[in-house]
Design a binder for this molecule. Structure first.
Ligand code: ACO
Length: 337
C-alpha cells in the first residue's frame, strides 16, 4: 500500500466531518460524491441547496444525497456564528454589520463551523485564491498552541528514489509566509518535521536550504538561515536538522560529504526548508513540472485545525486526496490532545 492509499484507509477507519465551502463547484461536487461513496469522510457542502441538487442531478451524482448541505444565507446557527465572529474580531474593529455580512461568506462560515466544533476540517481553493482561503482561517481558527506561524508543505513524490525517503520529500514553506524571519523560519522547520513524522510516517532529516553551504558564502540572507537552524535546535535539541546547506549538498551523499563533512543531514535530507516563499514555491513547481514529480499539497501546518488550500487548476483526484489528508490531520490532532 502506498502512502496516499494508507492515508485514505486511515481516514475511512475514523470518519471526520470535512466542510467544502465551494459547494457548487463541479470538481468539488464530483470529489464529494466519490468521497461519500468510498466512506472516506462525512461531507458538509456549503451553497444554495437547490443549485447543488440541480447540479447533482445533471452530473448524475447519487451519493450527494448523503452530504449535509448548508445554505450560508439561511440556516439555524447563523446568529450563533455571527456572535462568535463578532466576539473573535471585535478587538480588530469588526462591526455587527460586517460580521452579519461575512458570516454569509462560505469561506468564513466554514472556519466558524470548525471553531464551534461543528466540523473537523476544511478544503477550499478550487475557485478562490490562497489568500482568500487562508485569511479567515488565520483570523478565526488561528495557530495551534505554541506555534508561531502557519506554513504550507508539499509532499513531493519524485521519480528519484535515491533521494529523500525512497524519492518522497517534504518541501516547505511553499504557500504562506512570503519572507519569514529567523524565528518564523525555525517554526516552519519544526512544523515541517512534524508533518514528515505524522503524515508521511518518516523520521525527519531537515535541511535548511540556502545558496551557501557551511560558510561558502556570506550574506544577511544566509545569516537568517543559520540563526533559524540554531533556534530550531534550541527548541528541539533531538531534532535532526542542519544548515545552511545548498540543495545538492542536502540531497546528494557525495556532494554533502565534500561540502559539509561530518553533517548528519547532508546527502540524507528528506525535509527541505526554503528560506523564502519565492524559493519554495518556485522549487516545488519546477520539480513537479520538469522532474515529473507528484506534488500533494499545500498541507497547511501549524493551524489549530486542518484547513487545506487547493490550486485553482486542481483535479477531482486532488480534492479527494486533500480531504483524506485533512481527515488524517484531524485524527492526529485529536490524538495529540
Ligand atoms: N501564520 C499565522 N498567522 C498569520 C500568518 C501566518 N503565516 N500570516 C498572517 N497571519 C495572521 C495575522 O497575524 C493576522 O491576524 P489578526 O488579524 O488576528 O491580527 C491575520 O492573519 C491577517 O493578517 P494579515 O497580515 O492582514 O494578512 P494578509 O491579508 O496579509 O494575508 C496571507 C495573509 C493571506 C497568508 C498572505 O501572507 C498571503 O497572501 N500569502 C501568500 C499566499 C500565496 O499567494 N501563496 C502562493 C500561492 S499557493 C501555491 O502556489 C500552492
Amino acid at each position: 500500500m502506498n502512502l496516499i492509499e494508507s492515508i485514505i484507509e486511515r481516514a475511512k477507519a475514523d470518519k471526520q466531518r470535512i466542510v467544502l465551502p465551494e459547494g457548487t463547484e463541479r470538481r468539488t461536487l464530483k470529489a464529494a460524491d466519490q468521497l461519500i461513496r468510498d466512506g472516506v469522510a462525512e461531507i458538509i457542502l456549503l451553497g444554495n441547496p437547490q443549485e447543488i441538487d440541480q447540479l447533482a442531478k445533471e452530473m448524475d451524482l447519487e451519493n450527494l444525497e448523503r452530504a449535509t448541505i448548508i445554505n450560508p444565507k439561511n440556516h439555524d446557527k447563523k446568529e450563533a456564528y455571527t456572535d462568535l465572529l463578532m466576539e473573535l474580531r471585535k478587538k480588530k474593529g469588526m462591526t455587527p454589520e460586517e460580521a452579519a455580512s461575512l458570516v454569509e461568506d462560505p469561506l468564513y462560515l466554514a472556519c466558524l463551523m470548525i471553531k464551534s466544533g461543528d466540523a473537523d476540517g476544511e478544503i477550499a481553493g478550487a475557485q478562490n485564491t490562497t489568500g482568500d482561503v487562508l485569511r479567515p482561517a488565520l483570523q478565526i481558527i488561528k495557530t495551534s498552541p505554541g506555534v508561531k506561524v502557519v506554513s504550507g508543505a508539499f509532499i513531493m513524490f519524485t521519480q528519484t528514489p535515491q533521494y529523500g525517503e525512497n524519492g518522497t520529500l517534504i518541501f516547505a514553506d511553499c504557500a504562506v509566509m512570503p519572507n519569514p524571519n529567523a524565528q518564523e523560519l525555525a517554526s516552519i522547520a519544526l512544523a515541517s518535521a512534524q508533518t514528515a513524522r505524522s503524515l508521511v510516517g518518516v523520521e525527519p532529516k531537515v535541511a535548511m536550504l540556502s545558496f551557501s553551504t557551511k560558510g561558502s558564502a556570506e550574506h544577511e540572507m544566509i545569516d537568517k538561515v543559520r540563526e533559524a537552524t540554531r533556534i530550531a535546535k534550541e527548541i528541539n535539541p533531538s531534532l535532526q536538522i542542519d544548515g545552511e546547506l545548498q540543495a545538492d549538498a542536502a540531497l546528494v551523499p557525495s556532494v554533502g560529504a565534500r561540502k559539509a563533512p561530518g553533517s548528519t543531514i547532508a546527502g540524507k535530507a528528506n525535509v527541505l526548508v526554503f528560506p523564502t516563499l519565492e524559493s519554495g514555491n518556485i522549487a516545488y513547481k519546477l520539480v513537479q513540472r520538469l522532474g515529473n514529480a507528484e506534488a500533494v499539497g499545500p498541507v497547511l501546518q501549524g493551524m489549530a485545525a486542518p484547513v487545506n488550500d487547493l490550486s485553482r487548476g486542481c483535479s477531482v483526484d486532488d480534492i479527494y486526496k486533500m480531504v483524506a489528508i485533512a481527515a488524517n490531520q484531524s485524527i492526529g490532532m485529536k490524538q495529540n490532545k
